[in-house]
Design a protein around this ligand. Structure first.
Ligand code: G3P
Ligand code: CA
Length: 389
């Protein structure tokens, strides 16, 4: 009798769900649902022949743990990835860089300075602390530094990997995802990002994925800010006889994009909806053209005024998502953080979910899981326009 439950739910109850659901209190939701059935609705239900309503498919945006549970534990570590999975993240995200000896490691910045004690241990090499100046053996000696809200421990969580707070290789991240998939009887997806525009890096990413069997229908997406990198990866995969989904990262823009404000001289403009990439020089690419090489766009949730002069920023307009969906594309947003109040964080997620966002990167997977559960529950309980009594 799920349909009947949906009929019974008044607008006030929906409001109550939105408020109380923040605490994950499902028992209270059930009580509230019953309490809010109005006299009018009861009469309607008893006097009207009940027809099972047609339900819209439930939207279920995917949760990607941004650099692991990086709001809680040091980013890009096996410990942070494991905590993210424990909290319910569906994908884990490693940004990838190449070491001096050509190994892929999970590091966000070009340099090791912000996240490790490289300067104290080795000093700068050739005037920099670039990942590419150090061998894997050297990088493995580094201790992580804390950034943002991360700490070295999380209540009730003991990492099960050896060296949970060292810089991991891409292969170690994959092995962790595969082990946790087995232990949880549920595939944990991987969302690697090619950080460099580099042929060797592209080849190494594909070699690792092939080594671990990621050549078909696995939960895997490869992302990059560089359209050239993605096109090159697509060619390489096709030449190797497979094709994994690619994600074009960048800023969502529309025809209000003002190149003069942005850089002045690139001569870039956008005829409909586009993504501003980080190629050199940057490119503005229409969604319809991105679709030719990448089915997903991963776009920034925050943008400077220079990127748009319109009052309606594309990511706040449902038309943007409708347009992408009509093209058969999906939209993923980065990065969801934590507000002062958890309820504010959840409201931010729900706003983007309502607009049509299909996936999202979060530094706080537990809040992401709560927001997603609430969104799904709300969809189950809300009648579509045609189902309203
Ligand atoms: O890959 C999506 C998001 O992570 C892009 O930002 O700078 O954190 O890699 P960044
Ligand atoms: Ca990234």
């Amino acid at each position: 009798m799920r349909g009947k439950r949906i009929f019974n739910l008044s607008a006030a109850a929906v409001g109550a769900i939105l408020l109380t659901g923040c605490d994950g209190d499902t028992e209270y939701l059930t009580k509230t649902e019953t309490e809010y059935v109005t006299q009018k609705e009861t009469e309607y239900i008893t006097k009207t022949e009940y027809v099972e309503p047609e339900l819209k498919p439930i939207k279920s945006p995917i949760i990607i743990a941004h650099r692991g549970a990086s709001g809680y534990l040091p980013e890009h570590t096996l410990g942070a990835y494991e905590l993210a999975v424990k909290m319910g993240a569906e994908y884990i995200e490693p940004d990838l860089q190449l070491t001096k000896d050509g190994e892929l490691v999970a590091v966000h910045d070009t340099t090791l300075e912000r996240t490790t004690d490289v300067l104290e241990r080795f000093g700068a090499r050739n005037g920099s602390t670039n990942v590419g100046e150090y061998t894997l053996a050297e990088i493995k000696q580094l201790e992580m530094k804390l950034n943002g809200t991360a700490k070295y421990t999380y209540p009730g969580f003991t990492p099960t990997s050896n060296d949970p707070f060292k810089v991991p290789t891409f292969n170690e991240v994959i092995e962790l995802a595969q082990r946790l998939s087995k232990e949880n009887a549920k595939e944990i997806g991987i969302y690697p990002e090619a950080k460099l525009k580099d042929e060797l890096q592209e080849n190494k990413i594909l070699e690792s994925l092939e080594k671990y069997g990621y050549t078909e229908k696995n939960k895997i997406y490869i992302q990059s800010f560089s359209a050239e990198t993605l096109k090159s990866l697509k060619n390489k995969m096709q030449n190797r006889g497979y094709l994994l989904p690619l994600v074009q990262l960048g800023n969502a823009i529309d025809s209000s994009f003002n190149d003069t404000d942005y850089s002045g001289t690139l001569g870039l403009d956008c005829q409909d909806y586009c993504v501003l990439t980080q190629d050199s020089p940057p490119q503005v690419i229409r969604l319809a053209d991105i679709k030719e090489y990448a089915p997903d766009i991963g776009v920034s949730l925050s943008t400077s005024k220079a990127l748009t002069t319109s009052s309606s920023w594309p990511l706040y307009t449902p038309d943007f998502y409708t347009y992408a969906h009509e093209l058969g594309m999906t939209v993923t947003g980065w990065t969801f953080n934590k507000s002062r109040l958890d309820a504010q964080s959840i409201a931010e997620y729900l706003g983007f979910f309502e607009l049509g966002m299909d996936g999202f990167f979060s530094n706080y997977p537990d809040i992401a899981v709560e927001a997603k559960a609430l969104f799904i529950e709300t969809q189950k309980r809300l009648p579509t326009e045609t189902q309203k009594p």
